[in-house]
Design a protein around this ligand. Structure first.
Ligand code: ATP
Length: 285
């Protein structure tokens, strides 16, 4: 068991809005260095949790810490270690990407040299190098990538992204996920989503939130193992029809030698959806 201080620790967190309980006894531990998927359907309480972490809303009960510091007592030191991209980010449409990153860098009080160096690296990471036109003409995917770049301008230890892929088409999602993936080992990423496939693609650790409760938190591989779903081995075989038929005949022998029970040969992989549906349905039973 690790004793390192987690990047985020939430304990017994509760939030009520008049007669609505948005969060009820929520516990979370986001290990430093992880890409953490905060997964839940609409209205689960993801944005509310994130807003409490950022000091934009107050919890009704419980406690939230970032790098061991209570967020309600957080000063500028802690705030400067956290980058954030809201679910509906705002941009100045008349700015170009370098102008927007420069503007962000100035807000953080960075020097011109640091701004130039970081914005060049971040524009490259966002695939926006050399894009001349103004942000107003960007696709949604480009805007999200620029949003992540601006959230990284202050070189945060923790990056919080609220539903960064929700409004994107598959190509846009892939580009944003690739960008998140490239941060692995460099900064802790907490991102909320309702898209299971996105979590399965990039996350090491997952928490599933439903109706203000955490149903489970675990490393992704543990969750997948828990589902009982099995990875399958897909073999693509070329050659003549005869050769392929012979290969298929030999497969059971090879499997038996390896001590493997050979099932039907179909392409599929262990699926987070199974875990999610089992947990969420169990909750509503
Ligand atoms: N200011 C508010 N006043 C009243 N109820 C609110 C307020 N903010 C959030 N809620 C309610 O709290 C619950 C959790 O909302 P939240 O936005 O945190 O969910 P979410 O998981 O981020 O969902 P989504 O994916 O739809 O953004 C919802 O039922 C929502 O209607």
């Amino acid at each position: 068991m690790t004793t390192a201080t987690p990047a985020v620790r939430v304990q017994a967190l509760g939030k009520r809005f008049k007669d609505k309980t948005a969060l009820d006894d929520v516990d979370l531990d986001v290990p430093e260095g992880s890409i953490f998927g905060f997964l839940g359907p609409n209205g689960a309480g993801k944005t509310t949790t994130i807003r409490i972490l950022l000091g934009l809303a107050r919890a009704t009960s419980g406690r939230a810490e970032i790098f061991g510091q209570d967020v309600t007592a957080a000063g500028n030191d802690l705030r400067h270690q956290v980058g954030y991209l809201p679910d509906v980010p705002g941009f100045y449409p008349w700015m170009t990407a370098p102008e927007f990153l420069r503007f962000t860098g100035k807000l953080f009080g960075l020097s011109d040299d640091v701004i130039a160096e970081r914005s060049a690296a971040l524009l490259a990471m966002a695939g926006l190098e050399g894009v001349q036109h103004k942000v107003g003409g960007y696709s949604r995917g480009m805007k999200q990538r620029l949003g992540i770049a601006q959230a990284l301008m202050n070189a945060p230890r923790l990056l919080i992204l609220d539903e960064p892929t929700s409004a994107l088409d598959p190509a846009g999602r892939k580009e944003v996920l690739d960008m998140i993936n490239s941060l692995r080992g460099r900064t802790t990423v907490l991102f909320s989503t309702h898209i299971l496939a996105d979590v399965q693609r990039v996350c090491d650790e997952v928490a599933i939130l439903c109706d203000g409760h955490v149903l489970t938190q675990a490393p992704l591989h543990e969750l997948l193992a828990r589902s009982g779903a099995q990875d399958r081995i897909t073999v693509e075989a070329s050659g003549s029809e005869q050769a392929r038929a012979r290969f298929q005949e030999l497969l059971p022998g090879i499997a038996a030698q390896a001590g493997v029970d050979l099932g039907p040969v179909v392409a599929a992989e262990a699926n987070l959806e199974d875990v999610f549906l089992t947990l969420v349905n169990g909750e509503h039973r």
